[in-house]
Design a protein around this ligand. Structure first.
Ligand SMILES: Nc1ncnc2c1ncn2[C@@H]1O[C@H](COP(=O)(O)OP(=O)(O)OP(=O)(O)O)[C@@H](O)[C@H]1O
Length: 286
């Protein structure tokens, strides 16, 4: 093992996972760097949850996953996660769940957990199984954020939350990296990703199609939209799709001066436009 791998929260190399005949993950690589919020962004069925389950050792997989240079079982106490299915504490009240976490996790703060329950206005004496979807999400977040983990993994952490709670949770996630931890989370909500992610991996049909920052998107790509097909030989067209009757080209302009004689509409894409062309064009743009 290289020495510096021990400081890297997640390294994934050639991860593959099949469920019977379904190829859920098709050879992905990515790295979660220290003190970064890394978002795994993709449409339904992209393989995001399966990637998290593989990292956490909840499913068998092929390929290599290292957390702080080690296998998950050696570092489990440094990793806190909110799963996609929130059934674990359903027969417990908030109070009982907090007591259980106290016993389970050395890094758990009872005071912090109670503060979060209070902040989210969750009753401590009601069974978590009777909570609404949004309340369950908040209860799980309260129990996880009360830990002092080195790596936090969230599967759709804002699922079912109202806009105010969503904003609070996004701020809490940002605070984790300010305090020195690292975060990997899944989402398909682009404005949320735009707000808090340092790095974004776009996943579709089991593959990572882009991994980088919003600044890298803005510095290295343009979108060209046209009513008719455009001759772009000589340019690096990395993805193409047709939408609302328009031809849309995603062009990598790195180390190239982009100039067209004809009067075409072209501009620097925001994350939403970039995501749409990558996914609709089904291209790996790296
Ligand atoms: N237990 C399972 N058995 C069989 N197929 C599965 C299982 N879990 C996931 N899959 C399949 O693997 C693929 C990836 O699913 P996954 O849940 O990882 O996607 P996702 O990106 O998290 O989707 P979503 O955003 O809708 O939650 C899908 O085709 C899904 O049907």
């Amino acid at each position: 093992m290289e020495r510096n791998e021990m400081s890297i929260p997640v390294i994934i190399r050639n991860l593959r996972k099949n469920y019977g005949g379904i190829r859920a993950i098709d050879g992905i690589d990515f790295i979660v760097q220290p003190q970064q919020v890394h978002a795994l962004l993709g449409p339904n069925g992209a393989g995001k949850t399966t990637t998290l389950k593989s990292i956490l050792g909840f499913v068998n997989y092929k390929g290599d996953i290292k957390l702080f240079g080690k296998d998950i079982d050696s570092v489990r106490d440094k990793v806190a996660f909110v799963p996609d299915e929130k059934n674990f504490y359903k027969s417990l009240t908030g109070e009982q769940a907090i007591r259980m976490c106290e016993k389970l996790f050395d890094d758990f703060s009872t005071d912090k957990a109670k503060e979060f329950f209070d902040k989210f206005q969750l009753p401590l004496n009601q069974k978590i199984g009777t909570f609404s979807h949004g309340m369950k999400t908040q209860a799980y977040l309260s129990l996880i954020l009360a830990r002092q983990a080195k790596l936090y993994i969230f599967d759709e952490p804002t699922w079912g939350l109202d806009p105010i709670k969503r904003d609070d949770v996004l701020e809490m996630i940002r605070d984790l990296v300010i305090e020195g931890s690292s975060v990997l989370y899944t989402s398909h909500i682009i404005p949320e990703v735009e707000r808090i992610a340092d790095k974004i991996s776009i996943m579709h049909k089991g593959k990572i199609h882009f991994s980088g920052s919003i600044d890298e998107i803005k510095e290295s790509y343009i979108i060209l939209k046209s009513e008719k097909r455009v001759e772009l030989s000589g340019y690096r067209v990395v993805s193409y799709c047709k939408q609302n009757g328009k031809h849309i080209y995603l062009i990598n302009t790195e180390k190239q001066n982009f100039s067209l004689k004809e009067d075409h509409e072209y501009y620097v894409p925001d994350l939403n436009e970039f995501f749409q062309v990558v996914i609709r064009g089904e291209r790996n743009v790296l």
